[in-house]
Design a protein around this ligand. Structure first.
Ligand SMILES: [Ca+2]
Length: 456
């Protein structure tokens, strides 16, 4: 698929009046949008590419804030005694950036947000002085330094995953800290990869995972669509949450087909629900969205900056995105093969694991490893994938799916290093199960690990 790079300035236009301040008398806090109308077309990143980006390893070293990480979520649930926390679930990491290196951000995952007329874009620059990695963080900066040849009073940094990574449904978490100051406006948020899928902003939706302005002691978490956003761009679907000022906090959402739950430091804050028989006006959140990290300010929602408070800075420790794992024992880390069913020659071994400490080995003659998954939704698209290595470039193994209400589908995988393969299938109108498998049709030895089944 050819990627047609589009710059934000090409398709963002301001909404008049959105920068005016609005007061509400009845306790409801109206919130300004980050965003403006968008038009033009952009490329949808489909699951295959998302999966291809999923190979970044995750270290638990930074996960000291009590947030669910792969393998840790169950322990967290046990410790939960009061407030509702992000539910224990088998989440599979599909995208992450730990910002460990120094210098420029990973251009495979991010691109610069570009200057435009929308308030948040007004002072954006692609100067590396305003977006860089240092000390294990992504640093997004804003100040009023003079840059020769660029006569704007401020410069600020922002990056996004548009055209690199987008996701529909899953868990998105970002650990970050930011400075306060009059005029500051750091944000962690998401916009639709197809910006006009349901019409220009706000019709196609916006998910603001975290926004902070000025010296407030709260952060804001907000939904925008045409049902909750008024003509001035303010939303009634918003919540103010307390956070630990002067420290890192984790801001997250759990996005399901029927709701978007907002979290701060793992504590549930607010849920925006899809209404019964909702149309796109109320629920445009059924398409992939991409992630934006930016430090804005001095215009728009926070108002003018107090230059004595500069520089403004947001440091992002990490971004982690997960999809719900629907497949039991996907990486063979449990004792035994179950619930996988296998013929002779299949065994869990402590060798050649792709992750964790174990993989499954298929040895000897032809053999198959299969699992029938129940509890699937009818007429729903899933992706089954995994990783396989063979002792030689042949035999190739077949990764496939059958008994799902459609024609069996399979794909060959071969190679001395782990190779990724996937099949996508849509369950039948009455079908709630499917059989996924790998099959080794001829003699030889192969290893397999890290299978997954994701609802698209
Ligand atoms: Ca494993």
């Amino acid at each position: 698929m050819a990627v047609s790079p589009a710059v934000i300035s090409d398709y963002f236009e301001p909404i008049s009046g959105k920068n005016e301040h609005i007061c509400t008398p009845a306790g409801a806090t109206l919130q300004y949008p980050n965003h403006t109308q968008m038009h033009g077309s952009k490329l949808l990143i489909l699951s295959g590419l998302i999966l291809a980006l999923a190979a970044h390893p995750v270290s638990e070293a930074k996960a000291s804030n009590g947030f669910p990480s792969p393998g840790a979520s169950k322990l967290l649930a046990v410790a939960d005694t009061s407030a509702r926390r992000i539910a224990a679930a088998d989440w599979r990491l599909v995208f992450s950036d730990e910002f460990r290196s120094a210098g420029k951000f990973n251009a495979g995952s991010w691109t610069y947000c570009e200057r435009g007329s929308a308030a948040w874009t007004r002072y954006l620059t692609s100067s590396p002085d305003y977006v860089y990695q240092a000390g294990g963080n992504l640093v997004l900066r804003m100040d009023n330094a003079i840059i020769a040849g660029d006569a704007v009073p401020y410069h600020s940094g922002g990056i996004m995953t548009s055209s690199k990574f987008s996701i529909r449904y899953g868990k998105i978490e970002v650990r970050a800290r930011f400075s306060k100051g009059k005029g500051s406006w750091p944000a962690i948020w998401m916009m639709p990869e197809l910006p006009t899928a349901y019409g220009g902003w706000p019709n196609s939706g916006e998910i603001d995972i975290m926004e902070h302005v000025n010296n407030e002691n709260v952060v804001h978490q907000t939904i925008h669509n045409s049902a909750v956003t008024n003509e001035k761009g303010a939303s009634t679907a918003t919540h103010q949450a307390s956070y630990h000022a002067d420290d890192y906090n984790t801001y997250g959402i759990v996005w399901n087909p029927g709701s978007i739950e907002f979290y701060v430091n793992g504590e549930h804050q607010y849920t925006y629900k899809k209404e019964t028989a909702a149309g796109s006006k109320q629920w445009p959140f059924d398409r992939p969205f991409y992630i934006i990290l930016n430090q804005a300010g001095a215009v728009g929602w926070p108002g003018p900056a107090n230059n004595a408070d500069l520089p403004f800075e947001m440091k992002v420790d990490w971004v982690r995105v997960y999809k719900q794992q629907e497949l039991p024992n996907p990486g063979f880390e449990q004792a035994g093969l179950g619930p996988w069913q296998a013929g002779a020659g299949a065994k869990v071994v402590r060798a050649h694991a792709r992750s964790g400490g174990r993989a499954v080995r298929l040895k000897g003659g032809a053999s198959i490893l299969a699992q029938t998954i129940g509890g699937l939704l009818p007429n729903t698209t899933y992706t089954f994938g995994g990783y396989v290595r063979t002792n030689t470039s042949s035999p190739s193994l077949l990764l496939g799916v059958k008994n799902y209400g459609g024609s069996p589908a399979e794909t060959p995988i071969a190679g001395k290093k782990y190779q990724h393969g996937l099949v996508t299938f849509t369950t039948g109108a009455q079908q709630t199960s499917a059989t996924v498998y790998i099959s080794k049709p001829e003699a030889g030895t192969a290893y397999a690990d890290d299978f997954y089944l994701n609802k698209q």
